[in-house]
Design a protein around this ligand. Structure first.
Ligand code: A2P
Length: 315
């Protein structure tokens, strides 16, 4: 398995298990299964609501001797309601308690959006803080402090575009930017920028996240796994379309976190690392790009919200 190497030489396996939308009652088994088939990287977040069950899986995997803590890479994310400096440590401590861990390998600011402590879905205008009220720098400095204190080994962000990365870079550039990435949305400009600044990247929703709740979907969304180019290449390699999409990210040197709670697909996704796409096949897949976002950010810009889509993406 290829790795992403951080500046201090720590290594994160390039394929990780995604856990967004992994239901309670299923995610314990998914994590145990993933570790059993060789995953060494699990991507979590407080807002996914399943960290306590994932923590049970970690504790049992350590107890059973399936893996040692130091051989597992665990990422989690700070939710928008904990952006104030005083809220960061309690949020991190809750995540650590739920995951039954002493430290995280990587802690990400989930969105460049600050929300009131009691904000709950569906969001109303008054649920948001503006970035003047709770600047990204305030949250970032509090996260860096946790790195200094040893509760997290690496710090990064998610859903950040270039301007927001520049803002943090005036203090210290993040070590990771996790964003939506797949052949519809290769994010080449952001990839080039991150590379120049030494920021590693992770691709979320690499398969199109078709299990999102209906309210988070747009009408007539294109299906990544049904793209004829992907299907044809999959057939040629005796692989599944999902494996081709995962391998496409691996070929770009970008970490990728496909979610599955299905025993077979968890193993298949991990084994996607062994496919060898030719340069011409990669070029054909690159040709799919349409700019389509599955996670379009519209949830953050409803009536009364101080945020605009141009605060999130380069438009
Ligand atoms: P399941 O959990 O039942 O396997 P994303 O990683 O882009 O969020 O996509 C997750 C969605 O893709 C889930 O619906 C998941 O279903 C499905 N999925 C995961 N792996 C595969 C695979 N190898 N083939 C087909 N669908 C998959």
């Amino acid at each position: 398995m290829k790795d992403i190497t951080f500046d201090n030489k720590d290594k994160m396996a390039i394929i990780g298990l995604g856990t967004w939308k992994s239901d309670k009652g299923l995610v314990y088994k998914a994590v145990r299964r993933a570790i059993e088939v060789g995953y060494r990287h699990i991507d979590c977040a407080a807002i996914y609501g399943n960290e306590a069950e994932i923590g049970e899986a970690f504790a049992d995997a350590f107890k059973a001797g399936d893996i040692k803590r130091e051989d597992l890479w665990v990422t989690s994310k700070l939710w928008n309601t904990a952006h104030k400096a005083t809220a960061v440590k309690p949020a991190l401590e809750k995540t650590l308690a739920d995951l039954q861990l002493e430290y995280l390998d990587l802690y990400l600011m989930h969105w460049p959006i600050a929300m009131k402590e009691d904000a709950g879905f569906p969001f109303k205008g008054e649920d948001f803080y503006t970035l003047d009220e709770v600047p990204l720098e305030e949250t970032w400095e509090a996260m860096l402090k946790e790195k200094q204190e040893g509760l997290v080994n690496h710090t990064g962000v998610s859903n950040f575009h270039i301007d927001n990365l520049e803002t943090l870079g005036r203090i210290e550039f993040p070590e990771m930017n996790q964003v939506e990435m797949h052949p519809f949305l290769p994010q080449q400009k952001l990839v080039d920028y991150c590379k120049a600044k030494g920021i590693n990247m992770t691709a979320y929703s690499p398969l199109g996240s078709m299990d999102r709740p209906a309210r988070a979907k747009q009408e007539n969304e294109p299906m990544l796994m049904e793209q004829p180019v992907v299907q044809k290449i999959a057939e040629k390699h005796g692989a599944s379309p999902a494996q081709i999409l995962i391998n496409w990210s691996v070929q770009r040197g970008i970490a990728v976190i496909p979610k599955s709670t299905n025993d077979q697909r968890i193993a298949d996704n991990f084994n996607a690392a062994t496919i060898e796409l030719t340069a011409q096949e990669v070029e054909h897949i690159d040709g799919i790009q349409s700019g389509f976002r599955f996670i379009d950010g519209s949830i953050w810009v409803g009536e009364g919200s101080p945020y605009r889509l141009e605060d999130l993406w380069e438009l």
